[in-house]
Every structure is written in structure tokens, then in C-alpha cells.
Ligand binder design. Structure first.
Ligand code: C2E
Ligand code: CA
Ligand code: CA
Ligand code: CA
Length: 279
């Protein structure tokens, strides 16, 4: 296994036997981790670009292993996807985020949009509509404050079925975002058939702004066409003030990134929110 520098490991073919054994071991541990409640949700703020205000957060799962410490999702989400454990994890993240969101409302915090990632497997192999309805009812979190993030590739898999599922979710009042936009095969014009609210420009188009003129043109085009199609556009992975200034010039609506904050535990997120509001 080779460390790719982000605490994640990429396997090469000569390591295959080890890789398979490690994966099985990890799967067993992951099942146990779910039972023993070792998963956590971190929250990364999403800002309105024009006002700078925090208007929402993306919920991102972490695994708090008693021995290894905090394990990032890239170490276990891919395995969870292969083993279908992602359905269970996804349900837990949705429920925990809505529970937390309801608690924040009860504490008197301003209403925030909370965005939860939905894996393509949850689309294909589970009834996401029934789950969302149940969780919203159980937690009392308002549907209009919940956003589901679906990757572009996830949307393109079975377009008729996807359209039905998205229409039903939208009818519940839930907001829908397309994640990692620009990395898949969809054309912007096709997207108008889906009831989407937000386009998230993939971080890879933001990274090299202002040095890469192609990326700047692509990002600007996504913002402009997203607006023509009636979507709000959010830029992910914003790390510098130059990137933010460029996006502001393009009238991009929202941003998210290390420039403002890493994903934070719930308490730290609330502290940031309160500091931000009083400044
Ligand atoms: P994603 O949905 O594209 O989430 C954004 C990722 O980019 C997060 O990584 C976030 O920490 C990172 N990020 C945000 N701003 C910046 C920035 O300015 N610079 C850099 N370098 N990175 C930034 P994270 O939390 O490690 O999550 C990685 C991926 O794991 C997510 O990518 C998503 O695909 C998956 N994931 C995380 N939580 C869940 C979950 O609950 N369910 C599912 N199905 N997938 C999840
Ligand atoms: Ca996401
Ligand atoms: Ca993304
Ligand atoms: Ca991603």
C-alpha cells in the first residue's frame, strides 16, 4: 500500500493478496464500528458568497476508532460501497444529521440547510424516499432544510428510475444537489429534466484558479449555464481569497472550503457560527 499523502492508501497489483485481506478485516471492523457507535458526523460550513454568511453545512462522516483515532471517509466509504454497508451508514448519517439539525433549531440557532451525501447504492438498492420521510417524521427536522447531494455519475446510471426518485424527494420538499459536477458524463441541458436545486462545481476546477485559464473558463461557464437552468451554484474546495474573488465576479451563489473552515465536530461548528454572526 502506498500513502497518497492524504492519509489514504492506494493499492497496487503486487499487493493484491494483502489488499484483499486488509479489506475483509476492515469490513469486519466497520460492521463492528457501526454497532458500537464509532461513527461521527462533521459539519463543513457553506457560505452565501455575496454576504459571507454561513447558510448551511455539509454533513461528512468520520470513523472515530478507539485505537487508530479519526479515520477519514476515503479509507472506508469505498469498501462500504462494495459491501452495501453504505446503505446502513447512509441511513445513520441522515438520521444523525436531522437529529442534530432539530436540536440546533431547538437551541434557537438560525435555520440552516444541512446537506447529506447519498450514495448511488442507496438509490439503487434501498427506498430512499421512504427513509427520508421516516427520518423527517421521527426527528421533526423540516424537509425544506434538508438537501441531498447526489454525485453526477450516480444520477446518470438509470435515468428513468432516477427521475422518479428525484421527483418524489422533491415533492417531499427536500432540496437536491448534484455533487462533483463536471467530473461525470452529464450534459448541462440533460440536467433540466431533473428537479435539482444546486450544482456543486467539483473542487478540481477550483484548485488551479487563478493560474489555469481553462479551469477559470469552465468554472465561469458552469456558473452561467447553471443559472440559465435555474440552479444555485456552489463552488467546493475554495482555499484562497483569489478563488473566492473570482467566484464572486462570476456571481457564483455559494461556496465551501478550507478558506472558511475544515469540516468540524458539531460543537465547534456552532462556535464558528456564533462567532461569524456576531462579527
Ligand atoms: P465530497 O462529497 O466531495 O465532500 C467534499 C470533500 O472535500 C470532503 O472530504 C471535504 O473535507 C473536502 N474539502 C472541503 N473543502 C476542501 C478544501 O478547501 N480543500 C480540500 N483539499 N478538500 C476540501 P471528506 O470529508 O474527506 O470526504 C470525502 C468524500 O467521502 C466525500 O466527498 C464523499 O464522497 C464521501 N463521504 C463523506 N461522508 C459521506 C457520507 O456520509 N455518505 C457518503 N455516501 N459519502 C460520504
Ligand atoms: Ca458531497
Ligand atoms: Ca463534492
Ligand atoms: Ca467528491
Amino acid at each position: 500500500a502506498k500513502d497518497n499523502g492524504r492519509g489514504c492508501f492506494a493499492y497496487f497489483s503486487e499487493d493484491l493478496t494483502i489488499a484483499v485481506r486488509e479489506r475483509i478485516a476492515l469490513e469486519v471492523r466497520l460492521r463492528k464500528a457501526i454497532k458500537q457507535q464509532e461513527l461521527r458526523v462533521f459539519y463543513q460550513p457553506q457560505m452565501d458568497i455575496a454576504s459571507g454568511r454561513i447558510v448551511g453545512a455539509e454533513a461528512l462522516v468520520r470513523w472515530q476508532d478507539p485505537v487508530e483515532g479519526l479515520i477519514p471517509p476515503c479509507r472506508f466509504i469505498p469498501i462500504a460501497e462494495e459491501t452495501n454497508l453504505i446503505v446502513e451508514i447512509g441511513e445513520w448519517v441522515l438520521r444523525e444529521t436531522c437529529r442534530q439539525g432539530r436540536q440546533w433549531l431547538n437551541m434557537g440557532l438560525p435555520p440552516l440547510t444541512l446537506a447529506v451525501n447519498v450514495s448511488p447504492h442507496q438509490f439503487r438498492r434501498s427506498d430512499i424516499n421512504a427513509l427520508v420521510a421516516t427520518v423527517l417524521r421521527d426527528t421533526g427536522f423540516p424537509a425544506g432544510q434538508l438537501e441531498l447531494e447526489i454525485t453526477e455519475s450516480g444520477l446518470m446510471e438509470n435515468q428513468d428510475k432516477t427521475t422518479n426518485i428525484l421527483n418524489s424527494l422533491h415533492a417531499q420538499g427536500v432540496h437536491l444537489a448534484i455533487d462533483d459536477f463536471g467530473t461525470g458524463y452529464s450534459s448541462l441541458t440533460y440536467l433540466k429534466h431533473f428537479p435539482l436545486d444546486v450544482l456543486k462545481i467539483d473542487k478540481s476546477f477550483i484548485d488551479d484558479i487563478p493560474h489555469n485559464k481553462d479551469d477559470m473558463e469552465i468554472a465561469a461557464t458552469i456558473v452561467a449555464m447553471g443559472h440559465i437552468l435555474g440552479f444555485k451554484v456552489l463552488a467546493e474546495g475554495v482555499e484562497t481569497l483569489e478563488q473566492l474573488a473570482f467566484l464572486q465576479e462570476q456571481s457564483c451563489d455559494l461556496y465551501q472550503g478550507y478558506l472558511k473552515s475544515h469540516p468540524l465536530p458539531a460543537d465547534d461548528f456552532v462556535a464558528l457560527l456564533q462567532a461569524n454572526d456576531s462579527s
